[in-house]
Design a protein around this ligand. Structure first.
Ligand code: NAX
Ligand code: ADP
Length: 499
């Protein structure tokens, strides 16, 4: 997994690399500019596109100047360079690149008045005004320029980050540049994974600028990004001479009169994630549907006189999808939590726990909660932004020694040891009902097969999103049923990569 560093740690990585590789900072800047240009050329393929490169006074602006020279070298013939120097002091590497640009006979236009940019007819704007050096809110000329860049409504491609964007911390009242794309150096910024970043960028790409990998890996950071190599390492192939007993028995306590589908979806996902056996504990009225739709799955009718001993036979238990909020379900949840076994808790079970904090306190360590935003806030109180929500999730996970899977486009898997694993897979085609039920089925099947709680959570969330990504290559909308059926293909793909 990739260790995601803060902006301050990234500056240390820069400094370390400069020393360790004996590479002057101006050469590192050149490397960064070249890496940017490689991606830029894929984005803007027409070399006569009119491009405005707006450069601030620091190293972000220095990158912009180097980018302008490299683009001219690549044959982009219609570039204008604007200098947003204002009153700030210019960095050394900025000045070197300014001299190089002049040597290359490329003209620059100082923006002594911000409004001069308005006359530009560029269809693409490269935002190299301020980058990760941002240390105070935008005001004055910088704010006016950032506002104008956004207002011009051109395709804005930001160098490293859009001007005004903080790499981490709360992004409440964003007043910076609105970019179509940010081409970030070395690693994605933490805030790219937070929903509030839509105010600043539509998408991002990351380019490697060769900072010291060992140094980055050695830094202490609670933030991790799950990578394909991690899931390939975690996933265990099925063994020779194995049988259904080898892969555990998953139980899903789910479904109600009008939400029986949730139970079927979770069961379908458990089946296709490879649990040896899957049983659904559902109301009597769901039996025909279950037997018809999923003949491989067994049923445990959910009657009021259900003996609690019956739960001993299962290797992993989930409760919640489509369960319903009735008193008898609340009682059942209390009994199940009373078993003092790790559980997967989703949907209505989370909503019931929001009302019953006394039972929540009894939850066994090693349990997994899978809330979306609303379920999370119902459980742990309202949050004004995602940064504080994730902070609470991590604190709760540590205090209760549980895993909290806080679901979103980028799901945050908060572990009891304080690590927060950001999941990069998944896409908006998956934003439809039942998707969370499928995730619960996946997680329960992985636990039944003997994966540790942390591994099951990281692997399961990745698998869920990766399956959605594969389906979304050919579909604008992906349904939960389709996703559940496709899981074995994703598993096979990951296993092939191991070989
Ligand atoms: N080795 C390195 O350090 C590398 C840095 N690179 C670039 O360097 C950038 C960071 O450069 P800098 O640290 O020079 O900083 P910036 O270029 O982001 O900002 C310039 C200066 O503006 C001032 N400033 C901050 N917030 C302001 C505000 N709201 N209003 C007015 N002035 C403000 C700060 O004093 C800052 O140092 C990265 O984003 C990246 O683009 C790349 O060249 C790759 C290598
Ligand atoms: N835009 C998106 N990008 C990535 N994943 C998404 C997106 N929208 C939804 N998902 C995933 O789908 C699931 C939805 O869960 P949830 O809201 O509980 O659905 P439901 O209650 O309908 O089953 C989560 O795992 C979430 O990460």
């Amino acid at each position: 997994m990739k260790n995601l560093l803060s902006a301050a740690q990234m500056r240390e990585a820069d400094a370390y690399t400069i020393k360790q590789q004996a590479i002057p900072s101006i050469d590192l800047m050149e490397r960064a500019a070249k890496a940017f240009v490689q991606v830029f050329m894929q984005e803007v393929t027409e070399k006569d596109t009119s491009i405005a490169i707006v450069c601030g006074p620091g190293n972000n602006g220095g990158d912009g100047l180097a980018i302008a020279r490299l683009l001219a070298h690549e044959g982009y013939s219609n570039c204008e360079v604007f200098l947003a120097s204002f009153s700030a002091k210019q960095s050394d590497d900025y000045l070197i690149n300014l001299a190089r640009l002049k040597e290359a006979k490329i003209a620059v236009t100082p923006l002594d008045e911000v409004a001069r940019l308005r006359k530009s007819e560029a269809t693409v704007i490269v935002d190299a005004i301020l980058g990760s050096g941002l240390n105070k809110p935008l005001t004055g000329d910088f704010l006016a320029l950032a506002t104008l860049v956004s207002e011009l409504n051109r395709k804005v491609i930001a160098v490293d980050v859009p001007t005004g964007f903080y790499a981490e911390g709360q992004l409440s009242h964003y007043n910076g540049v609105k970019a179509e794309l940010a081409i970030a150096f070395q690693q994605p910024k933490l805030n790219f994974f937070f929903p509030e970043s839509v105010q600043a960028l539509a998408r991002f790409k990351v380019v490697d600028i060769g900072l010291d990998q060992d140094f980055i890996a050695s830094q202490s950071s609670r933030w991790k990004l799950t990578e394909p190599a991690d899931v390939a390492r975690l996933l265990v192939p099925r063994k020779n001479f194995s049988h259904k007993g080898t892969y555990g028995h998953a139980l899903l306590i789910a479904g109600n009169e009008t939400t029986m589908g949730a139970a079927l979806l979770a069961a379908r996902a458990s089946l296709h994630t490879g649990a040896g056996l899957t049983t659904v504990c559902l109301p009597q009225s769901g039996l025909i549907a279950l037997n018809t739709a999923l003949p491989e799955v067994m049923a445990l009718p959910r009657t009021v006189d259900l003996s609690i001993d019956v739960f001993d036979q299962f290797n992993a238990i989930a409760i919640g999808p489509g369960l319903g909020m009735e008193t008898e379900n609340e009682r059942l949840l209390e009994q199940i939590i009373g078993l003092k076994r790790p559980l997967v808790i989703d949907a209505d079970a989370l909503n019931l726990l929001a009302k019953r904090q006394d039972i929540l306190a009894e939850l066994a360590p090693g349990s997994i909660l899978t809330p979306h935003l609303k379920e999370f806030d119902r459980l742990f109180g309202p949050h004004e932004n995602w940064w504080s929500r994730v902070a609470t999730a991590s604190e709760e996970a540590q205090q209760r020694k549980i895993v909290i899977v806080l679901k979103n486009q980028y799901t945050f898997v908060c572990l009891p040891d304080g690590e927060i694993h950001i999941n990069p897979t998944g896409n908006p085609a998956m934003a439809s009902g039942g998707m969370g039920d499928v995730l619960t089925g996946i997680l329960t099947a992985l636990l039944a097969q003997g994966y540790t709680v942390a591994d099951a959570a990281v692997l399961g969330v990745y698998l869920h999103g990766a399956t959605g990504d594969e389906l979304a290559k050919k579909r604008a909308v992906v349904s939960a049923s389709q996703l559940a059926l496709q899981i074995p293909k994703t598993l096979q793909k990951i296993l092939k990569e191991i070989k």
